[in-house]
Design a protein around this ligand. Sequence first.
Ligand code: DAH
Length: 335
Amino acid sequence: MEEADVKTAMEESLARVEGGDLGVLKRGPLVDLNSRLKELAAEDRPRFGQLLKDARQTVQARIDALAAAKESAERAARLEAERLDLTEVLPGPPTRGHLSLVTQTRDELEDVFVGMGFTVAEGPEVETDWHNFEALNIPKAHPARSGFDSLYLDWGEPESTLFRPHTSPVQIRLMQSQPPPIYAVMPGKVYRKDTPDASHNATFHQIEGLVVDHGITFGDLAGTIDEFIHAYFGPDIQTRLRPASFPFTEPSAEFEVSCAVCGGAGCRTCSGVGWIELGGCGMVHPNVFKAVGIDPEEWTGFAFGFGIDRIAIVRHGIEDIRVLLDNDLRFVTQF
Ligand code: DAH
């Protein structure tokens, strides 16, 4: 065996690797030469052994490079074949979102009341039993408590903390935080343990009104309600007050508007009566003033509260209040 034989065997092996024979180091010319090492004189064997080893390493490096190239080519082909086109082509220009009908209604009502000289205040959605009931003249055993279907939190003493079922406790917080005179509205979200139906959602929104000043009368209350109803609904809508009972006001009333759908003649929306009840109101009960340290001999006041969601569906002739929370684009895009 000559050194040239090793060189030739290596070149032949490399050529076979290029041709796709990646097993050339198992069966090939370098294997053949290796088996002929024993024919050599003992003193030549280490040198040829080293030469053959170097040649095999050169060929192995080429095999590894080719195998790696083949694998990455296969992977690229597989990725290309499995490629998912996730781009979506939307017809027309992109549309912009906007405030929900409830938020728009809340903003409009705030504008109306601010225009009448009221300020806007807010309170927490999680309330204490005292702010929500006790201070509003609804003691523990009062039947009105059950009417609120309240959601209590597992926090502190049992039934001491709840998701507020009305915005009236904000009246209490406001009267505690500032002396009269007070002219304020308090919008916000409220929570009840209610099963949703066409006229109820378990979470909805109310706006509370509170006026405390010297010499405030029931006439001021009636005039204020009439004024804001016309500002919000327009001049053709009638309002009326009907006697009612709330623990936090005395006397109390419910206020109603003539049905915008039938004009008062009676239809499905107003259940045939021509009037739709919007909320409650009345003269602030002396016990409520006492709870917050205002002298009922010196000050009088009125309060009212009604559903923002409800006034929105009445004005827009929406038959099912649940659509306000559905996020159905067919509804949402109409407002
Ligand atoms: N808080 C009452 C409710 O949720 C509504 C209400 C009635 C508020 C009379 C008032 C009021 O301020 O004077 O049913």
